[in-house]
Design a protein around this ligand. Structure first.
Ligand code: CTP
Ligand code: MG
Length: 260
């Protein structure tokens, strides 16, 4: 993050840093194949997690980053962030959980009440442009309770009756113009995110929570209005080996074009 140079800039910084970011980074990365936990896998010689934390720290809106690390790797992750020069930022590392939802909840518990806005960002999205982070935070500050960055779909999508290993009957084809593939960071009013995670924990204990794969999905489930702002193609999630190849190419292009 740039060091403020003028008093005006300093004020702007102080008033802008109202958001804390929670970074779930405790997954195994099964779909990426054998190796280190996904957040620690390298892209351009730097762990995915370090890229992701840097991308968040670059935003003036973000005053704190909380990383939810694998439970047996908290000290290792803290040392890793230090060794990449991120110890000067306000960064906390906590133990994550068995599911992404649990990791977010544990990270969220470490966010002080003074932060009105909480962004949740996957460690597996290392190349999110800072403009997307800023836009999501700004939309929450502008009054939305839940904001997700999304992009139009290139493929036509079919709803099917899932039958792995067999031809799957198609139910229908949703109008692609009404579909968005959503990314992170997702932004929330702090109170809203805490409330839906508390409710989900209780509902999960009762065994009645339907599968929810993102935080905005929890807000929807409890009747809150989520809005979509433009995402970016470079905010894609590193999930499978080919994604890592693409991420290396994007990073190489950035380094060549602006010394990133
Ligand atoms: N995540 C987490 N805690 C978990 C599971 C996932 O913090 N118990 C995090 C991952 O580290 C990742 C993000 O949630 O940054 C998105 O999840 P995903 O892409 O599914 O990552 P993994 O769960 O690690 O990958 P896979 O599902 O292929 O095992
Ligand atoms: Mg997963």
């Amino acid at each position: 993050m740039a060091i403020p140079t003028s008093p005006k800039e300093r004020n702007l910084n102080a008033s802008a840093a109202v958001a804390a970011a929670v970074v779930p980074a405790a997954g195994r990365g099964e779909r990426l194949g054998p190796g280190a936990p996904k957040a620690l896998r390298e892209l351009g010689g730097v762990p995915l997690l370090v890229h992701a934390v840097r991308a968040l720290a670059r935003s003036r809106a973000v005053g704190l980053v909380v990383v939810a690390a694998p439970a047996d790797g908290v000290a290792e992750v803290a040392a890793l962030l230090d060794s990449h020069g991120l110890d000067g930022k306000d960064i906390k590392v906590v133990a994550g959980g068995a599911t992404r939802q649990e990791s977010v909840r544990l990270g969220l518990a470490a966010v002080p009440a003074e932060f009105d806005v909480v962004l949740v960002h996957d460690a597996a999205r290392p190349l999110v442009p800072v403009d997307v982070v800023d836009a999501v935070a700004a939309a929450v500050r502008g009054g939305a309770v839940a904001v997700v960055p999304g992009v139009p779909l290139a493929d036509t999508v079919k709803r099917v009756v899932p039958q792995p290993g067999a031809p799957e009957p198609v139910l229908d084809t949703p109008d692609r113009a009404c579909l968005r593939a959503v990314q992170t960071p997702q932004g929330f009013r702090h109170a809203t995110l805490s409330e839906v995670h508390e409710k989900a924990l209780a509902e999960e204990a009762g065994g009645t929570l339907p599968p929810v794969t993102d935080d905005a999905g929890l807000v929807e489930h409890y009747g809150g209005q989520v809005v979509v702002v433009p995402g970016h193609e470079e905010a894609f999630k590193v999930t499978r080996p080919l994604d890592l190849v693409l991420a290396e190419a994007v990073l190489a292009r950035r380094r060549a074009s602006d010394g990133f």
